[in-house]
Ligand binder design. Sequence first.
Ligand code: ADP
Ligand code: MG
Length: 334
Amino acid sequence: MNSRQNNTKISEFSLIKKYFAPFAGNGSFELRDDAAEIVPSKGMSLVITQDAIAEGIHFFADDEPRLIAKKALRVNLSDIAAKGATPKYISLALGLGRYWSETWVAEFAKGLCEDCTTYNIQLTGGDTFTTGAGYVISITAIGELPSGQYVSRLGAKPDDALYVTGQIGDGALGLLARQNKFDDLGNEDKSYLINRYLLPQPRTELSQAILKFATASMDISDGLVGDLEKLCNASNLSAIVEVKNIPFSEASRRIMESESNYLKTALTGGDDYEILFTVNPVDCDAFENAISSMPFPVKRIGTISSGQGVKVFDTEGQVIEFDKTSYDHSGESH
Ligand code: ADP
Ligand code: MG
């Protein structure tokens, strides 16, 4: 069946019952009620976040629905992890594209169910509607953390060390690879980067260390430099970053070596879903000990100072000038 054709007659009620109810969590009455009841654990606060992804903007019409579902979930899990919280519940608003098909929904639900199992998350409910255009998926995620310990963007202090997880720029370069922009890129690098773009890896394993050690934290979704500006503005401070300390993948390095302008793409492009956070310098040793067995890199890339703005130094010690520092969905340049 062509996945762009709506040649099914299944009702909304049956769609929910068949594909989403089987993995709905406790308190959701198998998705047969108006709402769901959540009982927070004792002494815990709930942390809530929402991110939407739209066909043609965040994913391509012919991307695998299983991966679209995982991306829609994982972009939210990245925010939850950045706050030092553990993900618990999601609610799903599923906007069916004009040419939606049952096959697409079945595959989408399969991907979402797989990730709900992987990350131990309960589906509590949602809404299903048609958009009249492409598919749109909005997920609201709820996590838990000990009351009073929420880690915001506002808490950085002068001299705090600045850290990032993972490798910066893979998402933005992966999008270009997905669009066949790199003629000379080897197949292995290409599939590595495309996979990084299609399937973010939320750094959920880091949330406990964030909770314990981070003074400020946020997830990087619109580009490292622009998101660091947001953290600095929220904390009313500035930051200095050195490119030589920023972690890049081998595949990204090869692209930047062939065309140095892609460094700026890597530093300002979207879709990283890594965590950017600050740690008081007296806690850095204890923090680095605590995270020594993380399954991904965590690197110190710079320092917070008084004043305003973000300065990025290249490997020759020169300040890099950016025309724009982040991806903005309003279409405005920053
Ligand atoms: P109503 O319109 O009466 O509010 P709905 O028909 O929208 O109810 O939803 C019925 C049930 O199905 C609710 O429990 C709702 O949370 C759930 N639901 C609807 N759409 C989805 C979805 N895409 N994913 C998960 N649960 C859903
Ligand atoms: Mg109702």
